[in-house]
Design a protein around this ligand. Structure first.
Ligand SMILES: [Zn+2]
Length: 177
């Protein structure tokens, strides 16, 4: 907002049309950057508590990743998370992002969803639910159990228990003529 006001003031006093347009473009770019870089962050105390409850030491980098991840319910890939961190001028490396996501998933803080060998998502909602995968957009959508609950379709061999049923329904939008 401050950039916008400063830029409007400068544009108002200058007689140069070229300068006006340059300033206008500069302002627009700043506003776009601000929008892109302003991701919601969960409170630090909440994330420290969450990590400790899952037996994870809250390092600075884990906190930074956790605040971004757990600000809202979402499905995110390692590359998407890395891109957001980069947009926020974070110095966290790609290896740390991958390792931290793996650790969070291993400790039960995240649920890992493997679409195929090249597409792996991390889900902040760890309670049981299914997914709709939009192949054309690469987005995952939650299907709550009350909409699609599946009973075990056959009897399991003796000595084996059911840990869960995770369904991914893959869809593509129809092309309209
Ligand atoms: Zn989900």
């Amino acid at each position: 907002m401050r950039h916008s006001q400063n830029c409007s003031l400068e544009a108002g006093v200058t007689l140069s049309l070229l300068y006006f347009w340059t300033t206008l473009i500069f302002c627009t770019n700043i506003q776009r950057m601000d929008t892109r870089n302003s991701y919601a962050l969960a409170p630090v105390a909440t994330i420290i508590d969450r990590l400790r409850k899952h037996d994870i030491t809250p390092t600075r980098q884990r906190l930074e990743i956790g605040r971004l991840l757990f600000a809202r319910a979402q499905h995110v890939s390692a590359n998407q998370l890395l891109a957001r961190l980069n947009a926020m001028q974070s110095s966290i490396s790609k290896a740390t992002v991958y390792n931290t996501l793996g650790l969070f998933a291993q400790k039960g803080l995240l649920r890992e969803i493997v679409i195929d060998p090249t597409r792996r998502f991390y889900d902040t909602t760890i309670t049981a639910h299914h997914h709709l995968y939009h192949a054309d957009t690469g987005e995952l959508e939650d299907i709550p159990l009350d909409k699609f609950d599946i009973a075990m379709p056959f009897e399991l061999p003796p000595g084996i228990q059911l840990d869960g049923i995770d369904v991914i329904i893959r869809v593509t939008r129809l092309m309209t003529s």
